[in-house]
Design a protein around this ligand. Structure first.
Ligand SMILES: NC(=O)C1=CN([C@@H]2O[C@H](COP(=O)(O)OP(=O)(O)OC[C@H]3O[C@@H](n4cnc5c(N)ncnc54)[C@H](OP(=O)(O)O)[C@@H]3O)[C@@H](O)[C@H]2O)C=CC1
Ligand SMILES: CC(C)(CO)C(=O)C(=O)O
Length: 313
């Protein structure tokens, strides 16, 4: 299968790299600066599951058109619209678009751009970041990518994808309920990224405090109340399940949003917390913790925008 990974960043670099390690036909769509860097250094992955040094095939949006069987979307949500434009000449009638972004609103964006049929479901659990020297650094061993038809069917194309993913040194899991899995991940990450970015600490010290534990629990319950009201396909008792997940993670675990804040970069707060806040308002569900976290992140974004303006003045 011809695989295109859009963005050789923290997650794209990781999962694309693992597929390349296995010997799959993987190409990365990158922008000029990243291309130059990768041409100089190769794709370096420093991983709890084994380091890799790879020389990947790289293309940019202006390269000759060629069609791919599957396209892994691994940009940040705020780069998605641009990325959609950039991949037009690589998408054919049979191409599957597999999004790995956190959140849920991007599915509709992709469906609008490429049609119901092409877009399958996906998500990942992995803690990776780009180091200052451009390497993909994995900071805890989990490396799971979950994918499946949004209809829940086992189609011929999903079986082909399963074959392509099997035998990789990462956990690729085919799901027959990917819509629900994506909502569950959305719940988990909205809470995890919101709480860690608000408290500016890894998850361990936050959850060890009784007040921290209660805040995480109350936040999950708040988010679930909104999701239930808008009839999201979540299972009963999911707040408790996600609380257990949060409580069993490594104490030093950070969210990618928190790492973005630490690097003074933009965050996906509108895509994660903002989307649910809008939904909450529409169905008149009170969400005081979500509002606090949203406000904190909005002010952070305003501050970095102001700093940038001052730097450029
Ligand atoms: N990091 C993590 O641990 C996890 C992240 N996620 C989710 O995965 C998604 C991606 O996050 P992450 O990998 O951390 O982000 P990164 O910023 O590390 O990587 C995104 C990459 O996308 C590239 N990109 C953006 N636009 C384009 C474009 N038009 N064409 C080609 N490349 C492009 C960027 O390239 P450039 O260098 O040119 O800016 C960048 O390298 C997010 O939704 C995040 O929430 C999910 C699970 C875990
Ligand atoms: C919490 C984590 C690392 C789990 O995959 C994640 O999804 C993120 O921070 O974006």
């Amino acid at each position: 299968m011809k695989v295109l990974v859009v963005g050789a960043g923290a997650i794209g670099g990781y999962f694309g790299g693992r597929l390349l390690e296995k010997g799959e036909d993987v190409t990365f769509l990158v922008r000029e600066q990243r291309k130059e860097k990768l041409q100089q250094t190769g794709l370096e992955i420093r991983s709890k599951n084994g380091d890799l040094q790879l020389t990947p095939k790289l293309i940019t949006k202006n390269d000759d058109s060629q069609l791919f069987d599957v396209i892994l979307m691994s940009t940040k949500s705020y780069h998605l619209e641009h990325a959609i434009k950039d991949i037009q000449s690589f998408v054919g009638p049979e191409t599957m678009i597999l999004p790995l972004l956190n959140g849920i609103a991007h599915v509709e964006t992709l469906v609008e751009a490429f049609g119901e049929e092409r877009v399958i479901g996906g998500l990942c659990f992995v803690e990776t970041t780009l180091s200052e020297d451009g390497a993909v650094v994995q900071t805890s061993p989990v490396n799971q990518l979950v994918y499946g038809e949004r209809t829940g069917e086992t189609t011929e194309r999903i079986e082909k994808l399963e074959e392509c993913f099997s035998g990789t040194k990462a956990e690729f899991v085919k799901s027959d309920n990917i819509n629900q899995d994506m909502w569950h991940k959305y719940l988990f990450i909205t809470a995890m990224s919101g709480i860690t970015s608000l408290m500016e600490m890894p998850i361990g010290p936050i959850r060890d405090l009784e007040s921290g534990q209660r805040t995480i629990q109350a936040f999950l319950e708040e988010l679930v109340a909104v999701m239930e009201e808008i009839e999201a396909p979540i299972q009963q008792g999911i707040a408790e399940i996600q609380l257990k997940r949060i409580n069993s993670m490594a104490a030093e675990m950070k969210s990618s949003m928190q790492r973005d804040v630490e690097k003074r970069q933009p965050t996906e707060f509108e895509h994660l917390q903002g989307y649910l806040l809008t939904q909450a308002k529409e169905v008149s569900i009170p969400v005081p913790i979500l509002e606090t976290i949203y406000t904190k992140l909005k002010l952070y974004e305003l501050k970095i925008a102001m700093n940038k303006q001052m730097e450029n003045a």
